[in-house]
Design a protein around this ligand. Structure first.
Ligand code: NGO
Length: 490
């Protein structure tokens, strides 16, 4: 039985084994820097625990005992992200048409070694075996995301990079950064510096604030891109803007800035929809962030604008939509933007209201499924979870986070309109790395499987059993995950 998460689309294993030995090499078939990097990153993951040298070399075939990365477009049906893995007692071959696919093959291979392979310290006297067989694997959805709320609490570039590594390990390909909210503005905008300097100075509860400089953000974007993760920046508009309103009085209807906000209420703030300066502000922010972001998307928020009239909301979003398009990005918004007239490339992120989401889909928008009752990782696991919230009216245990189907949740949305799945970590109550680990893992593993694995192969009992072994991998990676009683952790 395999323990790989997300479960590969097709997998046949037999009783034979490949064993990685001290003299093994990693051979890459192609001398492009990108493919060489994929080989090198695999070597870097396998070296600490094995203590082997694992040199990376260019070659046309593996010698006995090697791992071979065969890159080429001879099987276009694998797409950019698909791959094959062949393991025999002589060698392991990873094959892909796209570099992302090759990278995902290496993530699968990591999960075929004993769990101690992820230990940062050398583990002597262990046999580094891989079961023999064949895997052919292609993702179900193009969009497999996670959102991190930096507005309510700020997380350093180091913490975000560590999260990127863990996402890549689960073949997640989007990290959506919620960069602004009432409680904090988290990215330097050079034409409006007080947004970050003042608006970013605190956080929920009066905890320490912080913001990414443009260089920090660039560094994170590049780090993620190397791991085939697209960063999607979100600036939440026109509500959830107290931090911006507190930083610049001209953005306020009455010209007076409110105080910084450290509570957790939502829906009380709004930009001034009828002031021209508002659109200058939005234009500058979108322009600067778009220039730093190679990814195709810009998320404008648009949720919970309880203090903006419906008429003003429609006017505002339709104007902002033009600004985003002018800066060359595809607009994403929370489901509420479904109430406005959307461009044909708009993407809508469902979180609560199925009817507005269906209206967006009827206009041709593609839908990302982030149903709060299933995919919000700030929701408590059970009544005794000490951090987290439970406003959805239910708890989200590991099974509840796994056992749902986007096609069924999104009533009134055609299957072809579903772009994929995104889980969300809102951070009103979450502010240490340990808090983050605990709320995200192992739920994230389940979302990764919903996004990647074919619907027919998904099954709670199989997942539950794989999670047991996967827990050892997470522990070796230093992840302080939640040990749910639904799983028989060894
Ligand atoms: C809502 C709200 C967020 C909260 C979150 C808490 C959306 C899209 N807006 O989701 O501001 O942080 O719930 O679970």
């Amino acid at each position: 039985m395999t323990t790989i998460i997300p479960l590969p689309a097709q997998i046949q294993l037999d009783e034979r084994q490949f064993c990685l030995n001290p003299g093994a090499k990693i051979i890459v078939s192609n001398d492009s820097a990108e493919v060489f990097w994929v080989g090198s990153s695999l070597a870097a993951k396998l070296r600490p625990a094995t203590g082997f040298a694992l040199p990376v070399q260019i070659g046309t075939q593996p010698a006995a005992g090697d791992i071979f990365l065969a890159f080429g477009a001879d099987d276009p049906s694998l797409g950019e992200e698909g791959y094959e893995l062949f393991s025999t007692p002589e060698a392991v071959t990873l094959r892909a048409a796209g570099a992302a696919g090759l990278f995902y093959a290496t993530q699968t291979l990591r999960q075929m070694f004993p769990a101690e392979i992820e230990n940062p310290l050398e583990q002597p006297n262990l046999a580094w075996t891989v079961q023999c067989g064949h895997i052919r694997d292609i993702p179900r959805y193009a969009w497999r995301g996670m959102m991190l709320d930096l507005g309510r609490h700020f997380f350093s570039v180091e913490t975000a990079k560590r999260l990127v590594d863990l996402l890549a390990y689960h073949k997640v390909n989007v990290l959506h950064l919620h960069l602004s909210d009432d409680q904090g503005w988290r990215i330097m905008i050079e034409s409006w510096p007080w947004l970050a300097l003042h608006g970013g100075s605190t956080a929920t509860n009066g905890d320490p604030g912080g913001f990414y400089t443009q260089d920090d953000y660039r560094e994170l974007v590049a780090y993620a891109a190397q791991r085939y993760i697209t960063i999607v920046p979100e600036i939440d508009l026109p509500g959830h803007t107290n931090a911006a309103l507190a930083s610049y009085e001209e953005l306020n209807e009455n010209g007076v800035s409110p105080n910084l906000y450290t509570g957790i209420k939502v829906g009380f703030s709004s930009l001034s929809v009828h002031k021209e300066i508002t659109y200058q502000f939005v234009d500058d922010v979108v322009r600067e962030i778009a220039a730093l972001t190679p990814g195709a998307y810009f998320h404008i928020g648009g949720d919970e604008t309880l203090s903006t009239s419906e008429e003003d909301y429609v006017y505002f979003i339709e104007r902002v939509q033009k600004i985003v398009a002018r800066h060359g990005k595809c607009m994403i918004g929370w489901e509420e933007i479904g109430k406005t007239k959307l461009n044909s490339d708009a993407i809508v992120q469902h979180w609560w209201n199925k009817e507005v989401t269906a209206r967006a889909a009827a206009q041709g928008a593609k839908i990302i499924a982030s149903p709060a009752a299933k995919a919000y990782m700030d929701i408590k696991y059970h009544e005794h979870t000490t951090i987290g919230q439970n406003w959805t009216g239910a708890y989200t245990e590991v099974r509840e986070a796994y056992d749902w189907e986007p096609v069924e949740i999104l009533e009134g949305v055609a299957e072809e309109s579903i772009l994929g799945v995104e889980s969300a970590l809102w951070t009103e109550t979450i502010f240490t790395r340990g808090n983050l680990d605990f709320m995200v893992f192992p739920r994230l593993c389940g979302y990764a499987e919903i996004g990647w694995s074919p619907r027919e192969g998904r099954d709670w009992e199989s997942y539950r059993q794989r999670l047991d072994e996967h827990g050892k991998r997470l522990a070796n990676l230093g992840v302080q995950f939640y040990r749910s009683e639904q799983v028989d952790w060894q």
